[in-house]
Design a binder for this molecule. Structure first.
Ligand SMILES: NC(=O)c1ccc[n+]([C@@H]2O[C@H](COP(=O)([O-])OP(=O)(O)OC[C@H]3O[C@@H](n4cnc5c(N)ncnc54)[C@H](O)[C@@H]3O)[C@@H](O)[C@H]2O)c1
Length: 213
C-alpha cells in the first residue's frame, strides 16, 4: 500500500511527481547522478519553483550547488506513490488494447506486476500473453480470491464494464484503471482512474483548433 502522505497531496502534484519519477529513471539510466529543479522542470515543462515546492512538500530539499541526488529522489517518490512496493494487477479483456498492455514491459519496474488476465472469449483461454496466462472470465471471482490483486485494468467493451467492475470490487480489488469509455458507479472505497483516449484526442483537437484562431 502507498505511504500515507500521498493521500494529502493534491492530484495535480501527484501527477507531476509521477512525471518527475519517469524522467528521473531516464536520467539514472543515462548515468546522471544529480539533477536540479531547473533541469527537472524543463523535462516536465513546469517552472523550477513548482518542482522545488512539490519536492519539499514530500520533505526532500535540494542542496545548493549540488541539487538532488537522482537515486534518492527516485526512492522517495517511489515510496510516496506506492511504487516502492509491489502491486498485483489483474487485467480483464484481452483484445487489441489488453493484449498490448500485457506485452508492455514498463509496468514491472514501477512495481506493478500483472498476475492474471481474463477474457470471456474461449479462443483466448490458455494463451500466454506477455508471460501472463489468460483464463476464463467466468472463473475470475474465485481465482481473484486466491491471488488477491489490489488493482485491475479494465479493457472490455463499455457495455460489459459495469458488471466486470462489480465482480472485481466483490473480489476485493481496491483500484481500477478503466479504459472503457463509460463512467463506472462503484462504492466510494474503490478508486477509479478513467483513461478515455478518444476524449483526450478531442481535448487535443479543441486546443489545436482554438490556438489556430
Ligand atoms: N484499442 C484501443 O486503442 C482503444 C482505445 C481507446 C479505448 N479503448 C477501449 O478499451 C476497451 C477495449 O478495447 P479493444 O480495442 O481492446 O476491444 P476488443 O474488442 O479488441 O477487446 C475487448 C476484449 O474484451 C473481451 N470481453 C468482452 N466482454 C468481456 C467480459 N464480460 N469479461 C471479460 N472479457 C470480455 C472480448 O472477448 C475481447 O477480447 C473498449 O472499451 C474500448 O472502447 C480501446
Amino acid at each position: 500500500m502507498p505511504h500515507e502522505p500521498s493521500g494529502r497531496l493534491p492530484q495535480p502534484a501527484v501527477g507531476r511527481l509521477s512525471l518527475y519519477f519517469r524522467e528521473l529513471h531516464r536520467l539514472n539510466d543515462g548515468g546522471t547522478s544529480h539533477t536540479s529543479s531547473r533541469e527537472l522542470g524543463q523535462l516536465v515543462d513546469v517552472s523550477p519553483a513548482v518542482v522545488r515546492r512539490d519536492l519539499s512538500a514530500m520533505g526532500t530539499i535540494g542542496r545548493r550547488g549540488v541539487g538532488y541526488e537522482v537515486v534518492k529522489l527516485i526512492d522517495a517518490i517511489g515510496q510516496l506513490l506506492g511504487s516502492g512496493v509491489q502491486w498485483r494487477v489483474v487485467l480483464v479483456g484481452v483484445g487489441s488494447l489488453g493484449d498490448a498492455l500485457l506485452r508492455y514491459r514498463g509496468f514491472e519496474r514501477l512495481g506493478f506486476r500483472l498476475t492474471d488476465a481474463f477474457d470471456s472469449d474461449p479462443a483466448k483461454w490458455g494463451r500466454q500473453v506477455g508471460g501472463v496466462l489468460v483464463s476464463d472470465a467466468s472463473v475470475m471471482a474465485g481465482r481473484l480470491m486466491e491471488t488477491r490483486p489490489e488493482l485491475a485494468i479494465l479493457a472490455v467493451p463499455a457495455d460489459q464494464a459495469p458488471q466486470v467492475a462489480a465482480v472485481l470490487v466483490g473480489a476485493g480489488v481496491s483500484g481500477i484503471l478503466n479504459f472503457a469509455p463509460t463512467m463506472l458507479k462503484l462504492p466510494g472505497t474503490t478508486a477509479v482512474v478513467n483513461v478515455d483516449l478518444a476524449s483526450e484526442l478531442q481535448r487535443l483537437a479543441f486546443s489545436v483548433q482554438n490556438s489556430a484562431r
